[in-house]
Design a protein around this ligand. Structure first.
Ligand code: HSE
Length: 434
């Protein structure tokens, strides 16, 4: 039985989840994988907390993980960028297997880190969608398939916020504060609500399943700040739910990669993924439609994904499979040989939901439809309720047919300038057929 000695960087929620799962399930893991885990060193800048470190040495110097010859594998669970990136780079350079949950670092430095030894030594199942084995799913389970599209709820905080707004009519700011209190949101919650966290995750999925290259700039990003309870209610009236989605589509023109709010038909599988749960639907030529779903955040849920990497690497080490010994073929990062073109967002075509706050006077609806017809945009559905006595503006809600993004943006600029438009127009895209 091979024992793998772990060095853990960080002692936050995920690291504590790792310690707890090892304490509870080490015998089970040993039975399944043939390796036994022992935590020999924990390093965290915070003072030693009152938790059971299972006999591991504790220090406040992350450097100790690199210099201790007893550490077989490094778990980077500190988050952030500079220190974490330095630790990963130096661990790999020292030929040590490294497991990380750091999506921001992979999105920004994935090409560098996965080149050479990194391809063999670096694992990051926990970086995308918490407990869901989506990295294994894409690069292992579905590896034989050509992928047509991927649609994911990959930020639990946004999903939780929309769920609470829908269920209780609670305002956005109030629900966000609750998400922070519950520990779902990132340290800087703008990463969640401005779509950056989802873009990091989608960049990883894009690289693994579609392009072979980590390129954050290829992903169009929009957050959720502009969505109100009124939009959620109007969307319901039209038969949709609003979700914040990561979307990758393989089209004839190339690959589209985008993160934004989307109207999803109320009976679609993704429409019914609630709370902090994540889900990723993948359409592929061989396997057809597959759906992965589970908790997208949380200590033990994320730790489960971290430990799946630890066990996979540990099993390779135990098999004497040459892990840590670079061969000629793993010196360069292999990209997909027929790397597809990326479609610019301005060329993406989709239907749109528009909520146009207008002054309450005759002829307003005609002016709006006239402006849209100047851009050849057809309307698929419309809602206009009577203004209540205390309302100064009345919403016109429209659902357009498919329109190219560039044209829709030009039409929105034109609409926003009309004198009868009383406040900012809310535009949300309709999800492609899932
Ligand atoms: N803040 C992230 C989320 C945590 O809400 O999904 C998991 O990456």
């Amino acid at each position: 039985m091979t024992e793998i000695k772990l060095g853990i960087a960080g002692l936050g929620t995920v690291a504590q989840g790792v310690l707890e799962l090892i304490r509870r399930n080490n015998a089970l893991m040993r039975q399944r994988s043939g390796v036994s885990l022992r935590v020999v060193r924990v390093a965290s800048r915070r003072a030693k907390p009152e938790i059971d470190l299972q006999g591991a040495h504790f220090s406040t110097d992350i450097e100790d993980l690199l210099t201790d010859p007893n550490v077989d594998m490094i778990l980077e669970l500190i988050g952030g960028d500079t220190t974490a990136l330095d630790l990963i780079r130096r661990g790999l350079a020292a030929n040590k297997p490294v497991v990380t949950a750091n999506k921001a670092i992979l999105a920004a430095h994935g090409n560098e880190l996965m080149a050479g030894r990194g391809r063999q030594l670096l694992r990051f199942e926990a970086a995308v969608a918490g407990a869901i084995p989506i990295i294994q799913g894409l690069s292992g389970g579905l590896a034989a398939n050509r992928l047509g599209g991927l649609f994911g709820i990959i930020n639990g905080t946004c999903n939780y916020i929309f769920g609470e707004m829908e269920a209780n009519g609670t305002a956005f700011d109030e629900v966000l504060a609750e998400a922070q209190r519950l520990g779902y949101a990132e340290a800087d919650p703008s990463f969640d609500i401005d779509g950056i966290d989802a873009a990091h995750k989608l960049t990883i999925l894009l690289a693994l399943g579609f392009t072979g290259s980590f390129d954050l700039s290829a992903v169009f990003v929009e957050g959720i700040r502009h969505v109100t309870v009124a939009d959620i209610r109007f969307a319901q009236e039209l038969g949709f739910k609003i979700k914040h989605l990561g979307i990758i589509q393989n089209t004839d023109a190339g690959v589209e990669a985008r993160v934004h709010c989307a109207l999803v038909p109320g009976d679609a599988l993704l429409a019914n993924v609630n709370g902090v749960m994540n889900a990723v639907q993948i359409n592929s030529d061989g396997a057809g439609e597959t759906l992965f779903s589970g908790p997208g955040a949380g200590g033990e849920a994320t730790a489960s994904a971290v430990l799946s990497d630890v066990l996979a690497l540990g099993a390779l080490m135990a098999s004497g499979n040459g892990i840590g010994v670079p061969s000629e073929s793993d010196q360069s990062s292999e990209r997909l040989s027929d790397q597809p073109a990326l479609v610019s967002m301005s060329d993406v075509s989709c239907a749109n939901y528009l909520r146009i706050p207008t002054v309450d006077q005759p002829g307003v609806f005609a002016q709006v439809t006239q402006a849209l017809s100047e851009f050849s945009i057809s309307i698929d559905a419309a809602i206009q309720h009577e203004a209540s006595s205390n309302q100064s503006a009345v919403d016109i809600v429209l659902l357009t047919d498919d329109v190219v993004e560039g044209t829709m943006n030009a039409a929105l600029e034109r609409l926003q300038r009309l004198d009868i438009v009383a406040a900012d127009i809310v535009r949300l895209r309709v999800a492609p057929t899932l």
